[in-house]
Each structure stands twice: as C-alpha cells, then as structure tokens.
Design a protein. Structure first.
Length: 254
C-alpha cells in the first residue's frame, strides 16, 4: 500500500485541498482502530513495519501517530511502543494539558473582548508589529515557523489590550494553542484561511473599531471550531459545511 503520494479530495464548489501523505496514513490507522482491526489494548506494529506496509517515511508516520494520540485513540509507552486506548469516536482532542473544548471556551471569553479592548487601546507600535508579523505569516510556508508566529500574533493582540492579566492567560495556554494550531494546519489546511482572518482582525484594530474587532475575532474562533469538528467528526454538519472532503484512503487498495 503506497500512501506517500498526496491526492486531491472530491470536487467541491471551492478549490479542493490536496490531502497530504500524513493525512492518508492517519485516516488509514484511525479507520483500522475504529473498525476493530486494532482492538483496545493492542500494540500497533513497529514504526519500521508500518513504514514498510504503508510505504511512507518515518517522519510522515510519526506525525500521524502524534495525531492519533492527540485524538485520544492511542498512547505511547516509552520503550514499549504505541498502544490503542480507545476505538473512538473522537469527541474532544487534547492539546498538551487542555482539551479542545476547554481551550475554545476560554478563548471565546478572553480573546473576543481582548480584541475589542485592543482596538481602542492599541498604539502605532502595536499596529506596526502586527502588520509586519502578518506579512511574514502570509509568506511563510513552513508549518512549524508559521505556528510559532500564530501564537505570537495572539499574544501581541493581548499586549495591545494593555491589561497584563490577558497576556498572562494567553501565555498560560500558549503551548496548547501551538499544538492545536499545528494540528489544524496539518489536518485542516487552515493556514491560508487563518491568514485572511488575521488580516481582518488587524484591519479592525487599525480602524480602531471595537465592534469590528470583536466580530473578526469571533469569526476566527468559529472557523477554528468548525475545522476542528470537521477533523474529529467528518460526518457532522460542520464537516459537510467545510466541503465534505473525500476520505484520504478512498480508492486505495492494500
């Protein structure tokens, strides 16, 4: 079975997103677990064996295994391997110390009003910093580098709100935000859409419009939630709303 070549999803009204090799591997392993090919308590084959079977590189496989752990389907035991701990369905992925639902709840209550405060309290220096950061993000093609700038972008908005408590809260969840951002970019192709949403936020801050800034941040967080839902529950309404992407393994034969 060769999953090393990415393929294009089913045609949709918008331009379809190419499915990466990692997504194809993840979809294959997730389906195998959810359909009972690997039962709870079973140890997955070794990395070397999975790479051989699926004809992918070890870095690609490891990214897929990390995603399985984030979804709560497997756990890695040092020196022993990767074991199945749940057969799904995935409801609430965990990013570091926090679940996705906890992060989203806090972000709605913190980052939306923070954007409003930043719109009326930001300085010219804040706007200059955000604009330059956004320009770098729009040019960046490396996911790791983009994710680092993504978390910095949200920290900078908290700083512009001129309340140190807000920044402390974002600092506390910074690692989880980075993990979530990487997850959404690797599996949801969020980068370009997020750049557009970030630009709308910066434009609202530049205009000094509190209503526009809170609306732009609210939209951004709603899209994060929608993409996350489309990944963990692909058959849901949110999944259909984002385009009913074809299963990465559809058409593949073992």
């Amino acid at each position: 079975m060769n999953l090393s070549d990415s393929q294009t999803g089913q045609a949709v009204p918008s331009v379809p997103r190419r499915v990466s090799a990692m997504e194809a591997v993840l979809a294959h392993l997730r389906r195998a677990i959810e359909q009972g090919e690997y039962a709870v308590g079973d140890k997955l084959p070794s990395e070397a064996e999975l790479c051989r079977r699926l004809e992918v590189s070890r870095p690609v496989l490891r990214e897929a295994l990390r995603a399985l752990q984030t979804m709560g389907l497997t756990a890695s035991r040092t020196g022993k391997g990767t074991f199945v701990i749940s057969n799904g369905p995935v409801e609430d992925p965990t990013f570091g110390d926090y679940t996705a639902s906890d992060l989203l709840e806090v972000r709605r209550h913190i980052e939306i009003p923070v954007a409003g405060y930043a719109a009326v309290r930001r300085t010219a220096e804040d706007l200059d910093h955000l604009s330059h950061l956004l320009e770098r993000m729009e040019r960046e093609t490396d996911t790791t580098a983009w994710v680092a700038m993504d978390t910095l972008f949200h920290l900078t908005i908290a700083q512009a709100a001129r309340n140190p408590v807000f920044r402390k809260v974002i600092e506390e969840i910074r690692d989880a935000l980075a993990r979530q951002s990487a997850f959404l970019n690797e599996l949801g192709g969020r980068r370009e859409q997020a750049n557009r949403e970030h630009r709308a936020i910066v434009e609202a801050l530049s205009d000094g419009s509190e209503p526009d800034a809170t609306a732009a941040m609210s939209h951004h967080l709603q899209r994060v939630e929608t993409t996350l839902t489309s990944i963990v529950r692909p058959g849901s309404e949110a999944g259909r709303a984002t385009g009913d992407m074809q299963s990465p393994m559809e058409g593949q034969q073992e």
